[in-house]
Design a protein around this ligand. Structure first.
Ligand SMILES: [Zn+2]
Length: 259
């Protein structure tokens, strides 16, 4: 019991730190800036942030959401991204049965990329190739390692079919409805398909479209978005993939049970 609690805390804290890196990636990648230099600075006044003001989550609370130098508000998305990252890292560890398992490798990679991609898509309405293209061979390599460690080569077939299940329908949609969906969405679905496998990828797509439809209708009825305005789809695909990551197999059984 002690071990489970102790390692859960470690995973949560590590997820917070990765979340703080995700924030840097979300802010800097679309601007074409380096991830490693310069050190973090306040986007409002440009002052370099001291290490003690850059502790994930804690600093935001201590500083009450304001920059120490210019007292301007720090956007709430910074602590939010850290909290989501910490929670997802903990959830992935819990799903692995609170123990070291090789599935942690692809699953932690997946949740991290989904946070970065969703953050950038929400801010800039793009899914940058710089993130998504290298992620695809990395995901394949992770699944290759899982297959090797498990001695189960079905993992590879499942990943390759998952890739196609994600890439093909969204690729066709992106070509047919370029205003509604982009090739970035198809690449994102391909990536999630590799790690989730084809059954869970089907669940991820259904869940993503379902969530996107609900939020789209809500935003339109609240008058926040017109029928023609573009709502980024990446965050919905990502949410669908998270749902499928945690509940995919049980939702799949439910779905298959309908027939
Ligand atoms: Zn400032």
């Amino acid at each position: 019991m002690f071990y489970e609690v102790y390692s859960s805390v470690v995973f949560f804290l590590f997820g917070l730190v990765v979340g703080s890196f995700d924030n840097v990636a979300i802010y800097r990648i679309p601007e074409g800036k380096s991830l490693w230099a310069p050190r973090s600075f306040c986007p409002q006044c440009g002052t370099t942030i001291a290490w003690y003001d850059n502790v994930p989550l804690v600093s935001y609370i201590v500083l009450r959401g304001r920059c120490r130098h210019c007292a301007k508000h720090i956007p709430v998305r910074y602590p939010l991204v850290e909290l989501i990252s910490g929670s997802l890292w903990l959830a992935v560890f819990a799903k692995a049965g609170f123990t070291w398992s090789i599935e942690l490798l692809p699953n932690l990679f997946l949740v991290t990329i989904l946070i970065i991609v969703s953050g950038i898509d929400l801010q800039k309405q793009i899914i940058p190739n710089k993130v998504i293209v290298p992620s695809i061979p990395i995901a394949l390599a992770c699944m290759g390692i899982v297959a090797l460690v498990r001695g189960d080569y079905h993992v590879i077939t499942d990943s390759l079919i998952g890739f196609a299940v994600g890439a093909v329908p969204l690729g066709i949609l992106a070509l047919a409805l370029p205003r509604g969906m982009g090739m970035g969405d198809a690449k994102l679905a391909a990536l999630t398909g590799i790690i989730l496998g084809w059954r869970s990828e089907i669940i991820a797509l259904f869940a993503g479209f379902f969530l996107g439809a609900i939020v789209g209708v809500l935003l339109m009825s609240l008058g926040k978005k017109g029928r023609k305005s573009r709502i980024p789809f990446g965050p919905f695909l990502s949410a669908g993939a998270i749902i499928a990551l945690f509940w995919g197999p049980s939702l799949w059984d439910l779905y298959v049970g309908l027939f």
